[in-house]
Design a protein around this ligand. Structure first.
Ligand code: C2E
Ligand code: MG
Ligand code: MG
Ligand code: MG
Length: 288
């Protein structure tokens, strides 16, 4: 077995679990291409609720992998592996294709629906990405405004001229762009203001204990104000309870996503949830 410490010429120490981890990674890398075509990978959709209207008009698409031997693998794990092994493009392509096709079907019933797809850092360096997305939208007759893309702070901080060129092209196509996991990276809102982005998503880390942690409360309040001042919409991620909802309403947050409203749902379940939620059409006070 290859060993990084030996390759570096230093003294190698045996780390228990290292081989198993390595084996698991190799298995994921080996099986990813066939998983894409055999139904092991699928997409779940998590609703986003607008606090002003109490309505849902959008969702985030999240990938899932049910592996025949390894069982359920978290996207946090296999996305990282795909990024390391240079396979992330395969996943992104598959996601875009699957989600845009689903959007085409859903928009027959729900014309205003928008869905967001997550991109990785490497996707943003791919100069062919905007044209590829454009082809998929045309092929499925989905308007670009129905698609949103989420990119993390760290992804937009890399090799910025290439990334900014791609983001500008995507924005000019009328695709919505969001900064994901805001607050966990190194960038500032002032820097992000220069990017052609519509929305920031405040990371769950600041939202999950918002009703009890006064530092989180302070951070969220300040972020919402600053973001609005700079012209961004604000989404809070990971809302789990009613007390948190009240806080986010008072803070002036535009949109909320989290288990409080719904976990990510398979396509059919999402349709059902969406129809039920729309038929309740509650103003936001009645969400409480
Ligand atoms: P993310 O884009 O920040 O997605 C939000 C994550 O928070 C999702 O985890 C979602 O299930 C979870 N979440 C939402 N609301 C709640 C809540 O109220 N409580 C808790 N505990 N969790 C909540 P998930 O689906 O495991 O995805 C994790 C990360 O994996 C994503 O974070 C994203 O960075 C990445 N990911 C998922 N799908 C894709 C994909 O298709 N492409 C890429 N590049 N990355 C993806
Ligand atoms: Mg996301
Ligand atoms: Mg996020
Ligand atoms: Mg996250």
């Amino acid at each position: 077995q290859e060993n990084a410490s030996l390759a570096g010429g230093g003294i190698a120490f045996y780390q228990p679990g290292q081989d198993e981890t390595h084996q698991r990674e190799l298995t994921m890398i080996r099986d990813l291409p066939s998983a894409l075509t055999s139904g092991q990978l699928f997409v779940v959709y998590q609703p986003k609720v607008e606090l002003n209207s109490g309505q849902c008009h959008s969702a985030e698409a999240l990938i899932r992998w049910q592996h025949p031997q390894l069982g359920f693998i978290s996207p946090v794990e296999f996305i990282a592996t795909a990024e390391h092994s240079g396979n992330i493009g395969l996943i992104t392509q598959w996601m875009l294709q699957t989600v845009i096709k689903q959007l085409a079907a859903w928009r027959q019933e729900y014309p205003g629906l928008r869905v967001a797809v997550n991109l990785s850092a490497a996707d943003l360096l791919d100069q062919g990405l905007p044209a590829q997305i454009g082809r998929l939208l045309t092929q499925h007759q989905v308007p670009a405004s129905a698609l949103a893309l989420e990119v993390t702070e760290s992804a937009v901080m890399q090799d910025t001229s290439k990334v900014i060129a791609n983001l500008n092209t995507l924005k000019a196509m009328a695709i919505n762009l969001a900064i994901d996991d805001f607050g966990t990276g190194q960038s500032s809102l002032a820097y992000l203001k220069q990017l052609p982005v519509n929305e920031i998503k405040i990371d769950r880390a600041f939202v999950k204990d918002i009703e009890t942690n006064s530092n989180d409360a302070l951070i969220v309040n300040a972020t919402v104000k600053l973001a609005h001042g700079l012209g961004f919409k604000v989404t809070a991620e990971g809302l789990e309870n009613q007390a948190g909802l009240r806080f986010l309403q008072d803070a002036g947050c535009d949109t909320v996503q989290g288990y409080f409203f719904s976990k990510p749902l398979a396509g059919k379940e999402f349709s059902q949830w969406f129809t039920d939620f729309a038929s309740r059409a509650q103003p936001v006070e009645e969400l409480e």
